[in-house]
Each structure stands twice: as structure tokens, then as C-alpha cells.
Design a protein around this ligand. Structure first.
Ligand code: ARG
Length: 463
């Protein structure tokens, strides 16, 4: 084993440096370099506060704040040399600051610990991702609104059990996803509001004896207030878990829609045509156009849900306060956030580009006895039959049509009357799919007028 030198940041009581394996398992710089911007933002706010409270001199703090900007531009320019021996982003930045400005760099860590530092950096990062998720959702909602507007009165089959149930409108189906995504949006907004408290100044776990101003750093970083309990501040990762929970539900929604697009774009359905830009070909079957983006969106929820479970598992056994286990929070969240943003963007592109096949939708809307409920409702409304009896009469008619190999509107009046003599010619009006959807005017129903009202409401509400 080679003797290495002790860590320059915390090596005071160490005679030797870590084993190479220790260094490998301990280092987080390989991934937490993604927190560089937030780390430097947090350090600059902390330094400004140390000057304002007289804990450090103005000249030291000016050098620190300026030097941190230099380090940031080195990192953003790609010229920064990250060191595994320096473990993480916090110590990499501080060590470089020392090289750039010398002695004042060693004063930056006054009244602070890496525990409150990492909690702050990570919160800032997740907060940005919540904002990005909200933006991605709004873009997708706008794309769905455009589809809904175009086909507010196009008819298609509505399904239960993936069996034809009742005719609905294309616009109504698109707007169902707008509602789902709107709940996702409000979940991210909720999580963001709750996470927007500053851990900075909790120090290692107990607070500090220096006369710091936590309200000042909280405000500088755009937080609503400092967290009220220092133990909670350094040990809480609820903000990341809430983000992952919201992301999981959102990804589940995207996956359901992706599943529909896979089905709808098949030759058997032909409900939609996906654009060339969002499909792929087969290397052997020249006729194929595959909905790969939809399939990948459907699959990617696994990573997001996995991250959620993984972080809950990391956290569930930890006594207060910080344990190094918590370093395992970042990669999961990074990957889940990247995955979600990509899935949102891909879905937005697919929806923006796709063309609904109005004729195929309409043809399918009328098949499968989809207006049987309308028939039963007519028997109730016009002949005064109890619904149960109307259901039975309709069932008999459906069986008759099925036997004859025709759809309900193709039965003759005489055939209808053989099942119930009270039926008149008027009944044929309700058997058409357009009449069927137009009649569903109850609030939230599929009637084009209702759908247009919902579209107008959302266009008003979306920025
Ligand atoms: N790299 C560490 C992490 O991500 C930073 C905090 C280290 N704190 C400590 N007490 N060792 O969690």
C-alpha cells in the first residue's frame, strides 16, 4: 500500500491519506460537480453575510467573492481540474479559491459546515429542476391544447377495458391529459413552495456561536426564510423526495399517454400519424415506422420511480443528523431530473407534430355498438322505461345486430319494434355518433361545447 498525504482540508488529525479504495468510495466529485454553480452562489451569499455581520473583513470578503467568480468561470469554461482526492465539489472549489486568492480563502468556511453547504446547494439545484419541470409541463399542455382545439368535435371511441364504450371527442381525450398534467404542475409548485427554506447557517448540526444572519443569506438565495431547526436543516432530504414523487406521478402520466400513442399509431388503429421527426425505421422491414420515442418514454418511468424508491431507502434508516449515506441522494435525483426533462420534451415534440386521422377516428367511433347507452337513455327519456329495463331491451337489440353482422343504426324499425313496440323512427337520431357526443352536455362531459369551454379556460390560465 502506498502512503499518501493527509487531506489538506480536514487532515489535521490524520497521519496518512486514504487507501485508494477508500478514496473511490468516498469521493462524490464525479457527480456533484453538477452543483458547482449552486455551491458558488451559496458561498458568495455566505461570504457577503460574514462581511455584513463583521465576522470577516470587507477586504477578505471582497477577495473571496471575486475569486469565487473566477473559479466559476473556470468551471463553466471547462478548464477546471477536478480532483478526486479533494472528495467533493465543496472542497474542490475551496482549494482552487486558495490557489487563486491565497490566505482569505481559508476564512470562507467560518460559521459553516459542508453539511449545511451541501443541503443548500442541493436544494437550490432541485428548486431549479422543479421550475424546469413546470415549464416543460406547460409546453406540453399547450401542445395538447392545440390538438384539442383542432379536433374539439372530432369523434372517436371512448374506451373502458380498452373495449369500445361510448363515443367521445378527440378534444375531450386531449383535454384529459391537460388535467392530469395540470395536477403534476401543481405538485411541482407545491413541492417548490415547501422546499424554499434555507438550511445555510445550520452549520454542522447545532448552529454556530458566530453572530451570523441567516435571514440575510436566505433572502440572497431566494429562499423565503431560514429553516427553523438546525438538526432538521442538515438532515432533511424531503425536498428531493417530493421532487421525485411528483416526477414519478408525472412520468406515470407520460407513460400512459405514450402507451396510447403506441396503440394509436399502429396499422390496426391508425388513429394518429407520428411525424418522421419523432419516429424511426426498421433496418430490415422497409415499411415500418416505429413509435420509439413513445416506447422510450413509457420505459423511462422505471428510472424515475427507481430513484424515488432508492432515495427513500437511503433515508429511512438514518438517525439524525447527517450521515454520509446522504451523499447517495444526488445521482438518483440528477438522473431522474434529466430523464423527466427529456421525456417531457420528447412528448411535447411528438404531440406538436402528430396528425390525428379524423376519418379513422370517426369510423372507429361508430363501431362496437358504441351508442348503445344512447339507445337505452332514449327508451328511458321518451318511453319512460326504468333504466334497468331499457338496458335489457338495448342488450337484446345489440345481440340482434351482432347476429346480423350490422351496427345498431342499420337495424330496421320493424326489427327494433319486435323487441319493444313503443320504439319510433325518432330513435335513429340518437344512434349517430355526432348526436351522441353532442348530447353529453353535463359539466365535464364530452360535448364539443363543453370541450371548447374547457379549452378556453385553460388558454386563459396557462402563461
Ligand atoms: N460530499 C458530501 C455529500 O454529498 C458533502 C457533505 C460532507 N459532510 C461530511 N460531514 N462529511 O453529502
Amino acid at each position: 500500500m502506498t502512503e499518501t498525504t493527509a487531506n489538506a482540508m480536514w487532515g489535521g488529525r490524520f497521519a496518512a491519506g486514504p487507501d485508494a479504495i477508500m478514496e473511490a468510495i468516498n469521493a462524490s466529485i464525479g457527480f456533484d460537480k453538477r452543483l458547482a454553480k449552486q455551491d458558488i452562489e451559496g458561498s458568495r451569499a455566505h461570504a457577503a453575510m460574514l462581511a455584513a455581520t463583521g465576522i470577516l473583513s470587507d477586504s477578505d470578503v471582497a477577495a473571496i467573492r471575486e475569486g469565487l467568480l473566477t473559479v466559476l468561470s473556470e468551471i463553466e469554461g471547462g478548464g477546471f481540474q477536478f480532483s478526486t482526492a479533494l472528495e467533493d465539489i465543496h472542497m474542490n472549489v475551496e482549494a482552487r479559491l486558495k490557489q487563486v486568492i491565497g490566505e482569505p480563502a481559508g476564512r470562507l468556511h467560518t460559521a459553516r459546515s459542508r453539511n449545511d453547504q451541501v443541503a443548500t446547494d442541493f436544494r437550490l439545484w432541485v428548486r431549479d429542476q422543479a421550475d424546469a419541470a413546470i415549464q416543460g409541463l406547460e409546453a406540453l399542455m399547450r401542445a395538447l391544447l392545440r390538438q384539442a382545439e383542432q379536433g374539439a368535435d372530432w369523434v372517436m371511441p371512448g374506451f373502458t377495458h380498452l373495449q369500445t364504450a361510448q363515443p367521445v371527442t378527440w378534444g375531450h381525450h386531449m383535454m384529459a391529459y391537460v388535467e392530469m398534467l395540470a395536477r403534476d404542475r401543481s405538485r411541482f409548485a407545491d413541492a417548490r413552495a415547501r422546499m424554499n427554506e434555507s438550511p445555510l447557517g445550520a452549520a454542522a448540526l447545532a448552529g454556530t456561536s458566530f453572530p451570523i444572519d441567516r435571514h440575510m443569506t436566505a433572502a440572497a438565495l431566494g429562499f423565503d426564510r431560514p429553516m427553523a431547526n438546525s438538526l432538521d436543516a442538515v438532515s432533511d432530504r424531503d425536498f428531493a423526495l417530493e421532487f421525485l414523487a411528483a416526477a414519478s406521478i408525472c412520468a406515470m402520466h407520460l407513460s400512459r399517454f405514450a402507451e396510447e400513442l403506441v396503440i394509436w399509431s399502429s396499422a390496426q388503429f391508425r388513429f394518429v400519424r407520428l411525424s418522421d421527426r419523432f419516429s424511426t425505421g426498421s433496418s430490415i422491414m422497409p415499411q415500418k415506422k416505429n413509435p420509439d420515442a413513445a416506447e422510450l418514454i413509457r420505459a423511462k418511468i422505471g428510472r424515475i420511480l427507481g430513484a424515488n424508491v432508492a432515495l427513500l431507502t437511503v433515508m429511512k434508516g438514518l438517525p439524525l443528523t447527517y450521515s454520509k449515506d446522504m451523499q447517495e441522494d444526488k445521482e438518483q435525483v440528477f438522473d431522474a431530473a434529466d430523464t423527466l426533462m427529456l421525456a417531457l420534451a420528447a412528448m411535447e415534440g411528438m404531440v406538436r407534430d402528430m396528425t390525428a386521422n379524423r376519418e379513422a377516428l370517426e369510423q372507429a367511433a361508430g363501431s362496437g355498438f358504441s351508442t348503445a347507452t344512447d339507445l337505452a337513455d332514449w327508451l328511458v327519456r321518451v318511453l319512460g322505461l326504468p333504466f334497468r329495463e331499457a338496458h335489457h331491451v338495448t342488450g337484446t337489440l345489440v345481440a340482434m345486430a351482432e347476429q346480423a353482422g350490422v351496427d345498431l343504426p342499420e337495424l330496421s324499425l320493424a326489427q327494433m319494434q319486435s323487441v319493444h313496440p313503443g320504439i319510433t323512427q325518432d330513435i335513429f337520431a340518437v344512434l349517430g355518433v355526432h348526436n351522441s357526443v353532442a348530447s353529453r352536455t353535463s359539466y365535464g362531459g364530452t360535448a364539443p361545447a363543453q370541450v371548447r369551454a374547457q379549452i378556453a379556460r385553460w388558454k386563459e390560465m396557462l402563461p
